[in-house]
Design a protein around this ligand. Structure first.
Ligand SMILES: *Cc1c(COP(=O)(O)O)cnc(C)c1O
Length: 408
């Protein structure tokens, strides 16, 4: 099963200017094929020692003094680094904390409150479950209406579909920059323009693009963005999420979870809540410091590699996976369910076949780790700095052999 890579895969790896980064990740030398870096990125080798040092020196040595000596600023420092390296966001607009789900709730509430009198939230039917559930809950809570965009699940939200859905009643548009199922890469600047023409605000979910697809949030005039740090940012299981709010909006928005850390002067412990000026107002409670340390290692790596080079490799990897799908999987009845145009495609490729649920279970038992997305979707997530072309080839060949064994 673990045949040597063909000339083409070996050549692609030899020509890959980022190939050397692979060895910086734990486990990258193992024969295991990892197609799930878009659900949980591999840890960096640097992260273990960093965590150990933090426990020994900062937590163990500085104890509570650590809050005054840098921890309190860490959500902002990492937010600013993320903004600079990956998001195209100037400092002071991005902060780390909470989970994506909680931030989605806080920011959707903040956004609809800033458009009083407007009664609709626009979201697509194939958006990630948590985005849809949170939007539906807020609509129920506030008596708003969800206006669903029906999308082709092998694509995603297009400018045409959004233009038909928005209007004078729209308070907020919620859209994933890269669709979790198909990897459809939305034309975010165009979606922003359409939303603003309708007088509404837009919230972009960046879970599947941060660290993989370059963003220009400031230049595109995005209002609000939320994303997680454990997919292409390799922050580890349950690492905290981040939120971006355009500086022109920060002081206009108030979020519903009024905790002491988002208060103007947390240590005054005063009688009532006044939101802090600046991006800190979107935090609620004590920042999860341990959970955000690993992200720093990945941000350093992304800065060294540059997000544009990461995107180039991502496009090459997904193109190679599509070529192999056409050559190796299509003859077995599998169908590509991701965009073929590189500029409409994020960092993964989905391949449909009715047997994929069972195929995925068998693959996991053979140390080939893709994801399964109902109905019938095998998702090949290709994390640019830790995935090699040889790994893609080996994985796809084992998918084919497993499909053959099951459907023989
Ligand atoms: C992964 C993902 C989430 C995850 O939310 P959590 O609160 O971190 O579990 C949310 N939205 C999208 C689009 C995702 O891909």
């Amino acid at each position: 099963m673990t045949s040597a890579p063909t000339d083409l895969a070996a050549q692609l790896d030899r020509q890959d200017p980022l190939a050397g980064f692979r060895e910086r990740f734990v486990g990258a030398g193992d024969p295991l094929v990892y197609f799930d870096g878009n659900s949980l990125g591999r840890p960096l080798r640097a992260t273990g020692p960093r965590l150990q040092r933090f426990v020994d020196e900062e937590w163990g040595g500085r104890l509570i003094r650590g809050w005054d000596e840098g921890w309190m600023d860490l959500p902002h420092r990492i937010g600013d680094d993320l903004g600079r390296i990956c998001l195209g966001a100037a400092a002071g607009q991005t902060v780390v904390g909470d989970s994506t789900t909680v931030l989605l709730y806080k920011m959707m509430r903040a956004a609809v409150a800033a458009r009083p009198g407007r009664t609709e939230i626009v979201i697509d039917r194939d958006n990630f479950p948590t985005d849809r559930y949170v939007a539906a809950g807020i609509a129920e809570e506030l008596g708003l209406t969800l206006r669903w965009i029906e999308v082709d699940t092998t694509e995603g939200v297009t400018a045409e579909l959004l233009a038909e859905a928005v209007g004078p009643a729209t308070a907020l548009v919620v859209v994933s920059h890269v669709a979790y199922r198909s990897a459809w890469l939305a034309d975010l600047p165009e979606l922003v323009r359409i939303t603003h023409d309708a007088g509404a605000l837009i919230l972009a979910d960046l879970c599947h693009s941060a660290g993989s697809v370059p963003l220009a949030l400031d230049a595109w005039d995005v209002d609000i963005a939320v994303g997680c740090s454990y997919k292409y940012l390799n922050g580890g299981p349950g690492a905290p999420a981040f939120v971006y709010v355009a500086s022109r909006l920060i002081d206009e928005l108030t979020q519903p979870i009024r905790g002491w850390i988002g208060n103007d002067d947390p240590f005054l412990m005063g009688p009532s809540y006044t939101p802090a000026p600046g991006i800190r107002r979107f935090l609620s409670g004590t920042p999860p410091i341990l959970g955000m340390l690993a992200v720093r290692d990945m941000l350093e790596l992304l800065e060294e590699a540059s997000i544009d080079a990461v995107r180039d490799k991502s496009v090459a990897l997904t193109q190679y996976a599509i070529d192999l799908t056409d050559e190796v999987l299509a003859p077995a009845g599998a169908v590509l369910a991701s965009p073929r145009e590189a500029d409409r495609r994020g960092g993964h490729v989905t391949v449909n076949h009715p047997a994929m649920r069972e195929v995925t279970a068998r693959l996991w038992a053979q140390d080939v780790i893709p994801d399964y997305r109902d109905p019938g979707g095998l998702r090949l997530g290709l994390s640019p700095l830790s995935t090699s072309f040889g790994e893609v080839e080996r994985g796809v060949e084992i998918v084919r052999a497993t499909l053959d064994a099951l459907t023989a």
